[in-house]
Each structure stands twice: as C-alpha cells, then as structure tokens.
Design a protein around this ligand. Structure first.
Ligand code: PLP
Length: 432
C-alpha cells in the first residue's frame, strides 16, 4: 500500500464526512499546487478544472498572492472587530469604484456568512422576515443561508428558518412546463408567493448562474423582471455572486449583463481566490437605514486586514492583466470544444453557462442515468489527469467546469482532450 492509499484509509477513519450520501474523498492527494496544476507526492499532475472549490481563479500559488500573504501576515494580520485598517478601507473603495451604486461594504470569511449578513440586513431594513430563493439554489450550510438553499442539504437538517420560500429557476433545457415562457413562469411563481406570504416578504436571494443547481443560467431579462417583482413588494434583491464574479463569466460581475443593480451584492469564493474572504456591498441608503435600526453582524474575522490585502491584490491582478477579457476568450474556446464533443457523443444533452463557468449535461443511455455516466466520466478524467466535478451533489448529470481565468489555451485544450477520451471510454463500456 502506498502513502496516498494509507492517507485515504486514515481519512475515512479520522475525518468526519460532510458531503452527504455518496460524498467520498477524491482518490488523488495533492501535495502541492502551482498555476492550474495539482501535484501528488509522486509528482503525478492533475489539471484543476474547478479552481479548487470554484475559488482559485488565479490558479494556485500565484507568486504575487504568495508575496502578499507573506508580507500581510508579517505586517498586520487580525484586529479587534471595530478597528479599521488601510487595506480594508482601500478594498471597500476599490469595490465602490467597480460598482458605484453600492459603495458600502463589509468583509467576512465565507460565502455562507455573506448570505447570513445580507439576510439580517434585509430584515432590519424592511422590517420583514420572509426570504425567497430558487428551488435549485445553493447559498451555504449555515442557518439562514441553508434555509435559502434548496438544491441540496435540507433532509434531516430542520427546522430551518420560518418564512423561507422557493420558486423554480427558469431552465431552458428542461422547462417545467414546455410552452410556458420564463416571464409567465416568474409571474405565476410570484402570484403563488403572494398567496403563501403573510405580508412579510423581505428579500429574494439569487445566483445569476445557479452553479450547484446544475449551471443554470438565468435568461437575459430575467434579473430585471425579478427586480421589478421585488420592488413592487418592497423586497430587496440580494445577488449572490460567490461563483460568478471577478471575470469568470467574461464580465467583472455576472449581473452587469442584465443592466440591473442588486440592492445587496455578495462576493466570496473568487474574491479571495483561494483565501477565505467574502464581501457584502450595498447602497448608501440601505446602509444608513440599517445603521439607524441597529443592524448587527459581527464575526471574529470581520474586516480582517490580511484577507483584505489578498482581495485587493486579486482585483489589481485581474484588472492589470485584463483577465476579464481573457476569460471571455478562453470561455469561447472551452464552449466550442464542448459543443464539438456534444456533436460527437449523443449522451451529451446540453452545454450551458457563461465564460469559464460551463456545465455539460449527460442524458440517460443504455440503462445508465445521466448522473451515473457523468460520475464515470469524471472518474476516468481524473485518471487521465483532469479534475472536473459534478454539480448538485451527485443528483444531476451535470459536469461543471470552472478552470482558473489564468489558464492557458494549451491547458483548456488539455482539459478538452481529457474529457473527449474519458467520454469515449465510458461510452464504450455502456453497451446498447
Ligand atoms: C452561490 C454560492 N453562495 C454561497 C456559497 C457558500 O459559500 P461558503 O461555502 O464559502 O460558505 C456557495 C458555495 O458553494 C455558493 O456557490
């Protein structure tokens, strides 16, 4: 038995499993990572086509981030919650430059925390407490965030927050009611919400692309229609860009495509590019009402200087190196490659997403579910040196691809070739 096999056995013995049924640890144990690649102790390398947990948009061990962490840790790491520091104020200013309508920010550690803070702010500001999300959403594992999460993780974890409602996300590939437009579906959903609500609708929490739910992209115009529904009811629109911000979709923020301004904007995974970091940004008006009504959300690591230094550097690198534009170009290359695979393999039903956040949905074939096929494909791909993952915690047959936006064309092509070979091998084993 080699050292990695021993580590996996120990992992099963000593680690608490946290991914639900079927959530086994990956049989590849990275020892170090650099750029888009992960390396195990034997030197075997695997291309990271998920950016870790969708976070490492600049790849791994980016020399400038390494230097920033080193320097920042040596200078000013952590402070009393009410002390401000220059990196934190500079980061808030940098975000305000990017989204002038939402100039007031606070910084936390995780995406789930940012959702918690946003929901508490919305409650205080509106004086109401009902929160609506998409039935395919993922916003985190903590209280209010888990209550607004419907894609996974609800069974056995109740009671969740009272006043949590869901509406279906529009799904162009699998429409709930074929022939019904998304506009009609949205209007009907809100009519149903109005019937269920006790008159306390405070906020809608939305991902612009429902990543965990199966990379479901909201159609152009949807966010604007959603915002209009929220405004009519005095609800705040919270846009959770944990996975979609800072260039990944080919724009700095995914909401920009739709010309809609969220009331509260949440960033997390990509903001720290691998470091625990999240932000909550809002307008002056909402910030002032929140303050006047005693909004409170404090954590040990609120507005910590060290992760703020990292996020500032992440923003600087993305803008300086034109990585937003680069992600758009690489995304087109990846999408074209995946579309070619779809021409070749009839078990691929759909390619969707934006920029470098793409999903590939597998259809049932020869008695195998789409999920089973996608699982086999990711297993074989890993053997071939590619790490890709399945969304929705194994409940849908969608492989999600989110390579770093610093990837090279050669790396994108390596990933496509590995997927081609993996799908070919799996198809051969399916039988008819
Ligand atoms: C859209 C979205 N929001 C929130 C979260 C939760 O973030 P975290 O796991 O950092 O709490 C995630 C994590 O996958 C996410 O994808």
């Amino acid at each position: 038995m080699n050292a990695d096999e021993q580590t996996l056995i120990k992992a099963d013995k000593f680690l608490l499993r946290y991914m639900g049924l079927g959530g086994n640890f990956t049989p590849f144990i990275p020892e170090r990572a650099e750029g888009s690649w992960l390396y195990d102790a034997s030197g075997r390398r695997v291309l990271d086509f998920t950016s870790g947990q969708m976070s490492s948009v600049l790849g791994h061990a980016h020399p400038e981030l390494v230097a920033t962490i080193h320097e920042g840790a040596g200078r000013l790491d952590h402070l009393l919650s009410m002390m401000v520091s220059k990196p934190v104020v500079d980061l808030a200013e940098a975000l305000a430059e990017l989204v002038p309508e939402l100039p007031r920010s606070m910084f936390l550690s995780t995406g789930g925390e940012s959702v918690e803070a946003a929901i508490r702010l919305a409650k205080v500001v509106t004086g109401k407490w009902e929160v609506v999300g998409f039935a395919q959403s993922y916003h985190g594992s903590t209280g209010a965030a888990a209550s607004a999460t419907y894609s996974i993780g609800r069974r056995g974890h109740g009671p969740l927050m009272p006043g949590a409602f869901a509406i279906p996300a529009p799904n162009a590939f699998r429409p709930r009611f074929p022939g019904v437009t998304w506009q009609q579906e949205l209007d009907d959903s809100f009519e149903l919400l109005d019937r269920q609500s006790t008159g306390n609708l405070a906020a809608f929490v939305a991902e612009p692309i429902l990543s965990t739910g199966g990379v479901i992209d909201l159609p152009v115009g949807y966010l604007a229609a959603l915002k209009a529904h929220c405004e009519r009811r005095g609800m705040l629109l919270i846009v959770d860009e944990a996975q979609t911000s800072l260039g990944r979709t080919g724009e700095m923020f995914a909401f920009e495509r739709d010309n809609v301004m969220p009331d509260i904007l949440l960033l997390s995974k990509t903001l720290g590019a691998g470091m625990a970091m999240s932000s909550v940004s809002t307008s002056d008006a909402i910030a002032e009402i929140g303050y006047s009504r005693g909004f409170m959300f404090a954590t040990t690591h609120v507005n910590d200087p060290l992760p703020a230094c990292v996020a500032l550097k992440v923003l600087e690198i993305i803008r300086r190196d034109s990585l937003v534009e680069k992600a758009a170009v690489l995304g087109t290359r990846l999408r074209r490659g995946l579309q070619n695979l779809m021409q070749h393999y009839e078990c691929i039903g759909d390619i969707r997403g934006r920029g470098l956040l793409l999903g590939m949905e597998f259809l049932p074939r020869a008695g195998h579910t789409g999920t089973a096929i996608s699982q086999k494909v990711t297993q074989v791909a890993l053997d071939l040196g590619l790490s890709a993952n399945i969304t929705g915690a194994y409940t849908s047959g969608v492989i999600r691809l989110a390579p770093p936006i610093t990837s090279t064309e050669e790396e994108i092509d390596f990933g496509l070739n590995a997927l081609d070979t993996a799908i070919g091998r799996v198809v051969e084993t399916l039988g008819s």
